[in-house]
Ligand binder design. Structure first.
Ligand code: TXA
Ligand code: MG
Length: 326
């Protein structure tokens, strides 16, 4: 087996190399403020096919296209007047679904007449965008597995399927972007909770945002294409319990994942906490790395405490519920 190249850095020469590879139709994993993305030229079907192959992702699951700014956005999607109101939240961990322009390959949209677009804030990603143009990038994990928040996560789970990775250190938010559907005029729908809360979207838009519920991820018919990726799942089974409650620990080699440090953690399981103090932003940042770590340790079960259902806690709980769904 050929040796993999070392991780690329944020140096100008390494970023030029990453841009060159992308322009040549290769795939490159890049850091974003949410999770690491597996990037490809959004207008090059051969490059896009490599993304699906590397992830083992079904072709019916559309990709998010990342753009540097609204001018780049207007080359692939029909801008919506409501985008002006979202200016305070962009660049950032927010994806907006808009009517597509014909230039966007069907592989990106899975044949839908809409395209999901995001203006990321991460310096490295933005630098590459400015050199290459629109980049499609799903999370850089095998389909269905936990999203990567470190370069080493990408290397560990994709290996030679993605030799080129730019190391930008840990991701600031740690959960994937909020997805807001603005493709129908007069309607705003939240398709995936994320770091940008529904409340902040409503106050920016000055209008209500409907929540699309995906409560039974494995069995329910697909309400939105995004929900096909139902798991975010470690191999280890996960059981959930309410914030602050005393969980039932099964008689097994178990880990208990807590939102904050407890003076007296539940007996019968090895305790881990996402945040010293129970700060939901810190917990979200830590979640995927801890799930990966516990998965490597070979527990028979992970008993996980849900967050309070507010702020980024809504996104955290969404990911925990999906991880627990079998
Ligand atoms: O934070 C993020 O959004 C990360 C980083 C890399 O930007 N990306 C990410 O991509 O989470 P991915 O592919 O793992 O999840 C994007 C979801 C997909 O499940 C997809 O189905 C949904 O967005 N999506 C894409 N295009 C859509 C569309 N036109 N309508 C509805 N949902 C769409
Ligand atoms: Mg993903």
């Amino acid at each position: 087996m050929a040796e993999l190249p070392p991780l690329l850095t944020a140096s100008p020469s390494d970023l030029s190399r990453a841009a060159e590879l992308l322009r040549a139709g290769e795939i490159v994993a890049l850091p974003t403020e949410t999770v690491y993305g597996l990037a490809a030229d959004a207008l090059n079907p051969a490059a896009l096919a490599k993304v699906f192959a590397a992830k083992g992702r079904p072709l019916v699951d559309p990709l998010i296209v990342h753009v540097a700014d609204l001018a780049q956005l207007a080359t692939i999607a029909q801008p919506d007047p409501r985008l002006a109101a979202l200016a305070p939240l962009w660049p950032g961990p927010l994806t907006v679904v808009l009517p597509r322009l014909p230039v966007v390959p069907d592989l990106v949209t899975a044949g839908l007449d809409t395209v999901a677009v995001r203006i990321p804030s991460h310096r490295i990603f933005r630098e590459v965008l400015s050199r290459v143009g629109p980049l499609a990038a799903p999370s850089a994990n095998p389909f269905g597995y936990v999203s990567p928040t470190l370069a080493s996560h990408v290397r560990d789970s994709l290996g030679e399927r993605c030799p080129w990775i730019v190391d930008g250190g840990p991701c600031a938010h740690g959960v994937e972007s909020t997805i807001l559907d603005l493709s129908r005029s007069g309607v705003a729908r939240l398709l995936r909770p994320g770091p940008v809360t529904r409340e902040s979207l409503e106050s920016a838009l000055g209008a209500p945002v409907e929540t699309v519920v995906h409560s039974a991820p494995s069995s329910q018919a697909q309400l939105a294409p995004g929900m096909l990726e139902r798991h975010y799942s470690p191999r280890t089974p996960i059981r959930l319990f309410a914030r602050g409650a005393e969980p039932d620990i099964p008689p097994a080699h178990a880990a208990v994942l807590l939102q904050s440090r407890r003076a007296a953690p539940p007996a019968g399981a090895e305790p881990f906490h996402l945040s010293e103090s129970g700060d939901p932003a810190e917990a979200a940042r830590a979640l995927f790395a801890l799930l990966r770590k516990l998965d490597r340790r070979g527990y028979e079960v992970i008993v996980a405490e849900l967050a309070d259902e507010s702020g980024v806690g809504v996104a955290l709980n969404d990911r925990l519920r999906r991880a627990a769904a079998r």
